[in-house]
Design a protein around this ligand. Structure first.
Ligand code: FAD
Length: 247
């Protein structure tokens, strides 16, 4: 799975600070320079002031201002299973690649066994893999070899059947019913920092599935470049708490 930042609010942390400073000033923030709006906040430089102020907001649980900026990410090759988990989060906006209009008719079923079109979970190939809540645990090599065989022959057969149904004139929107839940999909998602922190609270946690954890970590890495003070603070002080950002 690949994740890329497509577009994001410029100066997102300045925007968060401006929003929050509005709450504590008699002057109108619309008329003020950023430096004036931050007057009185601890710190020798404007960056230090931003870091201190954002940390204070997060510490107090004043999360509303973190809803002002937004970032749009493009995700390539997530499973439909993972997509179902991500799209449960109602404060994000999505575009999902359509299987009504995109038919995987040119995929070679032989390539499916090399990981094209269907996501292969690590437990299908890795004897050492330990899933969430220690599910699975270590397995014998020959057991895992057999898992891989069963998994790959099953997805290959599904893709072959799907393509045969297309050849028989079945519309892609109906032929797709035979495809597995691991079928890859590309998604575009727009989030604000508050909703990303909430998603991370739930989906970077040890009991979340490996694929959405991987996705969340990639989103957090990109978000740390976009909103460095916010996500540094989140990483240091808040990550791995569960479900705290929601009221
Ligand atoms: C490890 C794990 C296992 C899971 N297993 C299952 C499962 O087996 N079956 C299943 O169905 N789901 C499952 N979920 C999904 C989970 O129950 C949530 O639906 C999903 O994570 C969305 O998160 P959220 O409820 O915080 O809502 P979000 O949409 O992310 O909203 C954020 C917050 O906004 C508030 N909010 C949003 N909408 C409303 C509303 N309508 N009313 C009141 N408050 C609202 C809530 O405070 C909420 O926490 C699982 C999640 C995890 C992390």
């Amino acid at each position: 799975m690949r994740v890329r930042l497509l577009e994001a609010t410029e100066d997102p942390e300045e925007l968060v600070c401006r929003g929050a400073r509005n709450d504590y000033m008699s002057d109108w923030v619309g008329d003020q320079s950023f430096e004036d709006a931050m007057a009185g906040v601890d710190g020798d430089t404007i960056e230090e002031q931003k870091a201190n102020f954002l940390g204070k907001l997060l510490k107090r649980g004043h999360y509303g201002p973190f809803e002002h900026p937004s970032a749009t990410f493009a995700i390539e090759g997530m499973s439909r299973s993972c997509m179902a988990q991500l799209t449960r989060h109602r404060h994000a906006s999505f575009d999902v690649q359509s299987m009504r209009y995109v038919a995987f008719d040119d995929v070679d079923p032989a390539d499916v066994e090399d990981g094209e079109m269907v996501v292969t979970p690590p437990s299908a190939t890795d004897a050492e893999w330990v899933g969430r809540n220690q599910q699975g645990g270590q397995a014998d090599e020959d057991v895992v070899e057999r898992r891989e065989e069963v998994f790959q022959s099953s997805v290959r057969r599904a893709v072959e059947d799907y393509q045969e149904l297309l050849d028989l004139g079945m519309p892609p929107e109906d032929a797709r019913f035979v495809l597995p839940i691991g079928t890859e999909v590309n998604v575009v998602v727009t989030l604000n920092p508050r909703s990303l922190m909430h998603i991370a609270d739930m989906r970077a946690a040890a009991d979340a599935q490996w694929e959405i954890r991987d996705l969340t970590e990639q989103l957090l890495d990109l978000a740390a470049e976009w909103c460095p003070h916010t996500f540094d603070y989140y990483d240091e002080h808040m990550k791995h708490r569960k479900n705290r950002l929601a009221p």
